[in-house]
Write a protein that binds this ligand. Structure first.
Ligand SMILES: Cc1ncc(COP(=O)(O)O)c(C=O)c1O
Length: 386
């Protein structure tokens, strides 16, 4: 394939060359069809959605870019919908997850400077992006070590470990960055007791809470944003991935108390909030807030969970744990994880492995019971052979 010669080798590519996506299926150039339990890593939350594509193509007839010096109705409307469905405040648009993290990092640093708070805390094994600022927050040495020195003032606590957090938070803490479910290190949801400790510490020390919803957002974890499953309200929310309906679009939602921290000239982005991506994003949000759609996602998520639980109970020596929320689930399968993924491709199902040992189940939210049955049959067939 031509990409093997010309594209830098930063990914272990599967070797599949994609022709098209229709519904929950991916078709390759050699005429094969695959059930998508991958979703472009939690981007194609609606699979292939005709309303989203139409919104984008309609917009393209008007223009593809206008810059952030002019207003675009879809961009403004999308910001309104995001705010109406999260915290009161304002939106800053980006093009990717790591840019949303960078924007928050700058806001937190500026706020911290005027409040005499200089330390940022994130979790060990967290993932917040790969640009050098975000990389300092990503609590994984393996990604950081060849690029040091990174920015200073960032420290890492043990995820879900209240004692660890208590030992690190103090008057100097400006912000805690947190994923509601750690995605890149094995699909590990936040623990409610840990969130309670976090809230108490936040009350006492007044640091900012930044929720990284880049992977968990947009109904992947039952609610529109995963933090809503917990009794907590963030100061900043980071978004990307599914927001643009497949086009590059990210955002930082800033609570109203912080809306003047970043002002004219402090930050910007030429492409951030691209009008075509925002038009697609509006169509995405319309579907994700539709009551009938939400009901069917919930039903299918329960169906999927129960089917997976049955497989886990039947083969406990292979599938050791099942965890996650709604349509973001993880199967702990040790050294079998990548074997199962590779065998699933042969059977026409695309899966993804995270953290080395966990099969990450992130289908399009449009998945139905028929496709879930197909997936479970393939999974059981593979696992029974191991
Ligand atoms: C939780 C989280 N934060 C940040 C990022 C970075 O997003 P991007 O790859 O769009 O820069 C990711 C990407 O996987 C992510 O899962």
């Amino acid at each position: 394939m031509i990409d093997e010669r010309y594209i830098l080798r930063t990914y272990n590519r599967s070797g599949l060359e994609i022709d098209k996506i229709r519904g929950n299926y991916i078709y390759t150039c050699d005429g094969k069809k695959y059930l998508d339990f991958f979703s472009g890593i939690a981007v194609n939350n609606l699979g292939y959605d005709e309303d989203v594509i139409r919104a984008m193509t309609d917009k393209m007839q008007s223009y593809t870019h206008i810059s952030n010096y002019f207003s675009d109705r879809d961009r403004s409307e999308l910001a309104r919908v995001l705010i109406d469905n999260s915290i009161d405040g304002r939106v800053f648009y980006t093009n990717s997850g790591t840019e949303s993290t960078e924007a928050a990092l700058k806001l937190v640093r500026k706020w911290g400077r005027s409040n005499n708070k200089h330390k940022i805390l994130t979790a060990i094994n967290s993932f917040h992006g790969r640009t050098t600022g975000a990389l300092a927050l990503t609590g994984q040495k393996k990604y950081q070590k060849d690029f040091e020195p990174l920015i200073n003032g960032v420290e890492h606590f043990v995820f879900n470990d209240s004692d660890s957090l208590v030992s690190m938070v103090d008057e100097d803490t400006s912000a805690v960055f947190l994923e509601p479910v750690q995605g890149e290190s094995g699909v590990i949801p936040l623990d409610s007791d840990f969130v309670k400790t976090l809230s108490e510490l936040r009350e006492k020390y007044g640091f900012l809470l930044v929720m990284d919803e880049i992977q968990t957002g947009f109904r992947r974890c039952k609610r529109l944003f995963a933090y809503e499953n917990y009794n907590i309200e963030p100061d900043l929310i980071l978004l990307a991935k599914a927001l643009g309906g497949g086009l590059p679009l990210g955002a930082m939602i800033v609570s109203s108390k912080l809306e003047d921290v970043i002002g004219v000239g402090d930050h910007g982005s030429t492409f951030g909030g691209n009008p075509v991506a925002c038009a697609g994003g509006l169509a995405v949000l319309k579907k994700l807030t539709d009551k009938d759609f939400v009901r069917s996602v919930d039903e299918n998520a329960d169906y999927l969970y129960n089917k997976l639980l049955a497989v886990k109970e039947k083969y406990p020596h292979i599938i050791k744990k099942l965890r996650g929320i709604s349509m973001m689930l993880g199967l702990e399968a040790g050294e079998y994880a990548s074997v199962i993924r590779d065998m699933a491709v042969e059977e026409g199902v695309l899966l993804n492995v995270t953290g080395g040992t966990v099969i990450r189940i992130i289908p399009p939210l449009t998945i139905n019971s028929r496709d879930i049955d197909l997936f479970i049959n393939v999974l059981e067939k593979i696992v029974s052979r191991l």
